[in-house]
Design a protein around this ligand. Structure first.
Ligand code: MV4
Length: 494
């Protein structure tokens, strides 16, 4: 493997290129017209323009990307996350073009893309599942019987959904039939597959996932867990490893289950097995993500393993160079996502120019970003500006370091999630480890958000004065505060 094309943009494109460069492999960037001056384009050895800014004219066009690889002589493609990363048609076409796909097989993606297939497979291997159906619901009366048996509230999920897409809570029996019909027709129009299933609704679960790596020789290991409970609208904002609630026994058992699921679909490359953990610390398999995830750096910090390099070595056909017993957890890592949005206004996405952009530095601090001062945040894609990852010898040291790093981070021109993440780091529930996926609903109110740094507040006040009138234009363009903008719905969000 001499040259890798990265079919992505922003921080993840850069992150993949850095590992390739360390391995002496050349890199090819692809880009849209909106990204002409982007860092990933400048960092790569070569770059190919795909098309206009919208993803469906650029980063999502399979033929254009494969053509770019052929034109530049790239012998492999890394898809990053989002965009085409979990698209089995892309993986298959890349392979058929004689190019190595750095990721799992199209077959493994297809298997896990259907949540029902994934559940059925897990059931066969005696992996714990949330009580409910592991088959598509065809008969309403039968479905109602299952719902009665597991008890309300129940959750209806679309088989082709995932990541919180196509989920519906049914609070009481009287709403069941109507909600089922809605869920089925929504799933059909959103995914082209109307299959739905039901599960008992676990009210306040923790969201814990296990990182796995599989090679093409049948070896699979897990790299422990990531705790991803702090999220809003199914997008994670804070991730950490290890989780403060897992005992060594539960960790070992979840790891064993994750490895078994990966083996059952002949999984190769990096993947993530998602679980829910209830108050009694029972865990249940939810779904498997067949890509490198946004939050992979926390695992890199605690294990010392470069996950992208491992993906590349696996794609070259190499055997994993370590066994399960060679792996251990060292230190504690926390990641926050720095997104352009306003935590004091329902996390409404914000757009604008990065007027000030200064990143934190120092021991144990890593910033993965793809933007620089003065850049406009493109409205077409993900609103994540950067990931800030820190590690410390223990959880408290990591928290202290994160607060220090957040205070060093200087961003003006757009609202960001930094203030919210600082709030999390200081919150008693987070510090004590006693939190779940309802953290935002249970503990967060905009009034609790003080400007996290006096300098920052001063700069922000200045910018606000300078920008009087400019924000109005945004509103006139259709961004009604408190609603989700159309702009956001079109973006590439993991
Ligand atoms: C659930 C659940 C509770 N009960 N399933 C969300 C993402 C997707 N991977 C599955 N998810 C969930 N599935 C059952 N049976 C809770 C979640 C969930 C969640 C739900 C509402 C609000 C935030 C959430 C965050 C993480 C997981």
């Amino acid at each position: 493997m001499k040259k890798i094309l990265i079919a992505n943009r922003g921080e993840i494109a850069l992150r993949v290129m850095r590992s390739a460069r360390e391995m002496g492999i050349k890199t090819v960037a692809v880009y849209s017209e909106a990204d002409r001056n982007a860092l990933h384009v400048r960092y790569a050895d070569e770059a190919v323009l795909l098309g206009t800014a919208p993803s469906n004219q650029s980063y999502l066009v399979i033929e254009k990307i494969i053509d770019a690889a052929k034109k530049t002589g790239a012998d492999a493609i890394h898809p990053g996350y989002g965009f085409l990363s979990e698209n089995p048609v892309f993986a298959r076409n890349v392979k058929e073009a004689g190019i190595t796909f750095i990721g799992p097989s199209a077959e493994a993606m297809e298997m896990m893309g259907s949540k029902l297939n994934a559940k059925a497979m897990a059931e066969k291997h005696n992996i714990p599942l949330v009580p409910g159906t592991a088959k598509a619901i065809e008969d309403m009366a039968e479905a109602r019987n299952v719902a009665d048996k597991i008890g309300f509230p129940v959750l209806i999920k679309a088989s082709a959904g995932g990541g919180g897409k196509g989920m519906r809570i049914v609070e009481e029996r009287s709403q069941f039939e109507e909600q089922m019909k809605r869920a089925q027709s929504e799933a059909l129009s959103a995914f082209g597959d109307g299959s739905v299933f039901i599960e008992k609704y676990v009210a306040s679960p923790r969201h814990i996932e296990i990182q796995i790596l599989g090679d093409t020789h049948g070896n699979v290991v897990h790299l422990f867990e990531r705790e991803c409970s702090i999220q809003r609208r199914h997008q994670k904002l804070v991730e950490e490893a290890p989780s403060s609630v897992l005992t060594p026994e539960i960790r070992k058992e979840m790891g064993r289950c994750a490895v078994q699921i990966a083996k059952a679909c002949n999984y190769t490359s990096a993947g993530t097995v998602e679980f829910l953990l209830d108050e009694k610390k029972n865990f249940y398999f939810l779904e498997m993500n067949t890509r490198l995830q946004v939050e992979h750096p926390v695992t890199e910090f605690i294990t010392g393993i470069d996950l992208v390099k491992e993906q590349i070595k696996i794609a070259r056909g190499e055997k994993l160079s370590f066994r399960q017993e060679d792996l251990s957890i060292n230190s504690h890592a926390i990641e926050i996502r720095v997104c352009a949005e306003d935590p004091s206004n329902n996390f409404l996405p914000d757009i604008g120019n990065l007027a000030t952009y200064k990143i934190p530095q120092g021991r144990g601090v890593r910033v993965d970003d793809g933007m620089e001062e003065g850049m406009d945040i493109p409205i077409f894609y993900d609103n994540m500006i950067a990931k800030l990852i820190v590690y410390g010898k223990d959880r408290q040291e990591a928290i202290d370091k994160m607060i220090r790093a957040i205070d060093e981070y200087k961003i003006t021109g757009v609202e960001t999630t930094l203030s919210f993440c600082r709030f999390v780091m200081e919150h008693e529930a987070f510090v004590s480890g006693n939190f779940d996926t309802q953290f935002v609903q249970h503990h967060f109110k905009p009034e609790l958000l003080n400007a996290y740094n006096e300098d920052e507040a001063l700069i922000a006040a200045f910018v606000a004065v300078e920008n009087v009138g400019k924000k109005k234009t945004v509103v006139a363009n259709g961004m009604v505060p408190g609603t989700v903008s159309k702009w956001k719905a079109n973006r590439n969000v993991e």
